[in-house]
Design a protein around this ligand. Structure first.
Ligand SMILES: Cc1cc2nc3c(=O)[nH]c(=O)nc-3n(C[C@H](O)[C@H](O)[C@H](O)COP(=O)(O)O)c2cc1C
Length: 336
């Protein structure tokens, strides 16, 4: 339609709306789970800055588990006291505090608020999911990852565990559920297929980890977390491109999206939305508007009025030159 309009008249018609997990977003930019989304006020700032949705800073089961261990050690001889105290601990460190953040965010914000769960044991995945749904979360993002260090655990067992968690959460809530997945998976298409069969609505590619390091002066182990770098984007683009259009599961790009150009590439590859964290830490919340304005400008220049008009145009499935997505080795680059 817009192809028949002048650039000037088309200017007012640019629509950045997208549908992600069945939720209508004003635009595809989601502020990913991080310190910028750790409470309702901060999430409100993200909304004011133009975000299409927010993912709340994760609820980590470890915090609760740690308290549980300390407490059970302290109360070993008093099981009845343990039960009583445990109920309080759960309130203090667990889901109750988190649910209050979601309730407050839902009162203050009018963009979708996506809860993020990061659990270990199956019991908590289910319990927390139900509780955040009741608190009003519009969707749930499950950040599933454990470091496998036991030689008896096979790759298929690891993936089976993903499926088990996905299935059990899916059965316990009615809101949309996305899985934030690790980039260290061998066969994404198969896993995506199996998750979709279990009713999972979206894949967030990818999660990011705290990594181990060694302090050689103190002779100590330590953990480090680095912000993403622009080159981290390549692996995100590859898998969004390969998986998109193949199945009925929404793809949300996460890792290495720094500017409008990256965002446009993700959409051309078929992503429904994208998450930004490091770029906002680096440049401030005003960077949200810079990215959105950049997408709008590009759409104007290319005579697109809506994202659906170009989304997926250069995915693996749609593009004739799709071999670029598969090529992983330096076939022609022997001169470097
Ligand atoms: C300070 C900080 C805190 C984060 N906390 C969480 C978290 O609680 N849960 C989670 O799933 N991801 C967390 N992340 C990861 C981000 O959501 C995102 O996946 C990652 O930073 C990659 O996106 P980026 O390249 O735009 O930074 C955090 C990232 C940062 C920088």
């Amino acid at each position: 339609m817009l192809h028949f309009l002048t650039k000037e008249s088309g200017k007012n018609m640019i629509d950045l709306k997208t549908n992600y997990l069945g939720l209508e977003l004003n635009n595809p930019l989601i502020v990913g789970s991080c310190g910028l989304t750790k409470n309702a006020d901060k999430m409100y700032e993200c909304q004011k800055a133009g975000a299409g949705a927010v993912v709340v800073k994760s609820l980590f089961e470890e915090a609760l588990a740690l308290e549980q261990i300390k407490l059970s050690e302290a109360l070993e001889d008093h099981p009845e006291a343990y039960d009583y105290k445990y109920a309080n601990i759960e309130k203090m460190y667990g889901s109750e505090q988190y649910c209050e953040i979601i309730r407050e965010a839902k009162r203050k914000l009018n963009i979708p608020v996506i809860a993020s769960l990061n659990c270990i044991s199956e019991k908590w995945w289910k319990n927390y999911a139900k509780q955040v749904e009741e608190a009003g979360a519009d969707a749930i993002e499950l950040n599933i990852y454990t470091t496998v260090y036991n030689e008896a655990v096979s790759a298929s067992e690891v993936e089976y565990n993903y499926l088990r968690i996905a299935e059990s959460v899916r059965k316990s809530v009615d809101i949309p559920v996305a899985i934030k997945i690790s980039k260290y998976i061998t066969a994404f298409p198969n896993l995506a297929f199996l998750l979709e069969k279990r009713g999972i609505n979206g894949l967030v590619m990818f999660n990011k980890f705290v990594e181990p390091d060694i302090d050689i002066s103190k002779m100590e182990l330590r953990s480090v977390f680095n912000f993403s770098k622009p080159e981290d984007f390549r692996v995100t683009l590859r898998w969004i491109g390969i998986l998109s259009g193949e199945r009925d599961i929404d793809l949300c790009a996460s890792t290495g999206i720094f500017d409008a150009e990256d965002a446009i590439k993700v959409l051309l590859a078929g992503g429904k939305s994208f998450q930004v964290v490091s770029a906002i830490y680096n440049n401030g919340l005003s960077h949200i508007r810079v990215i959105l304005d950049g997408i709008t400008e590009w759409m104007k220049k290319n005579n697109y009025s809506s994202i659906e008009e170009f989304r997926g145009k250069l995915s693996f499935k749609s593009s004739e030159l799709n071999n670029q997505f598969l090529r992983a080795q330096f076939i022609e680059k022997t001169d470097i």
